[in-house]
Design a protein around this ligand. Structure first.
Ligand SMILES: Cc1ncccc1N[C@@H](C)c1ccc2c(c1)OCCO2
Length: 118
C-alpha cells in the first residue's frame, strides 16, 4: 500500500527544522530579546569572556541554523538554553539584563512545549 507505516522510534525529527525556524523567529522579535541579539563584545563588557566559557546569542544560533549545524531540536534547545544560563551566570536576577533573561527563558519553555504538543 502507498502509506506503509514507518517503524515509530523515540520521536519524529522531520519537523524539527521548521520548529527551530519558527521558535528562533519568535525569540528574535520578542521585546526582551535585545541583550541576546548579538555576541557580547569584550570591548563593551570587559571580563565577559573570562567568566563565560561558551558564549552564545541569537545571531550565532541563526547562523548555525542557516548552515545546517543543528541535527535536531535537542541540539538547538541546548544552544538557546546556553544563552539563558550564561545570562544567569553573569547578571544579577534583579537587573535589566537578568530579568530579560528570565523572561526569555520562560517564553521559550512555554512556546516549544506548546509547539511539540501540537
Ligand atoms: C547578554 C549580556 N550579558 C551580560 C552583559 C551584556 C549582555 N548583552 C550585551 C549585548 C550588552 C547588553 C547591554 C549593554 C552592553 C552589552 O554594553 C554596554 C551597554 O549595555
Amino acid at each position: 500500500p502507498v502509506f506503509v507505516k514507518r517503524a515509530k522510534t523515540a520521536r519524529d525529527n522531520n519537523r524539527d527544522l521548521g520548529l527551530c525556524r519558527v521558535l528562533l523567529a519568535e525569540l528574535e522579535r520578542h521585546q526582551d530579546a535585545w541583550p541576546f541579539l548579538t555576541p557580547v563584545s569584550q570591548k563593551s563588557v570587559p571580563g565577559y569572556r573570562k567568566v563565560i566559557k561558551k558564549p552564545m546569542d541569537f545571531s550565532t544560533i541563526r547562523e548555525k541554523l542557516v548552515n545546517s549545524q543543528y541535527q535536531n531540536l535537542e541540539t538547538f534547545i541546548i544552544d538557546v538554553n546556553l544563552v539563558y544560563d550564561n545570562c544567569e551566570k553573569f547578571n544579577e536576577d534583579n537587573s535589566e539584563i537578568g530579568r530579560a533573561g528570565h523572561n526569555m527563558r520562560k517564553f521559550f519553555e512555554k512556546r516549544w512545549t506548546e509547539l511539540l504538543k501540537q
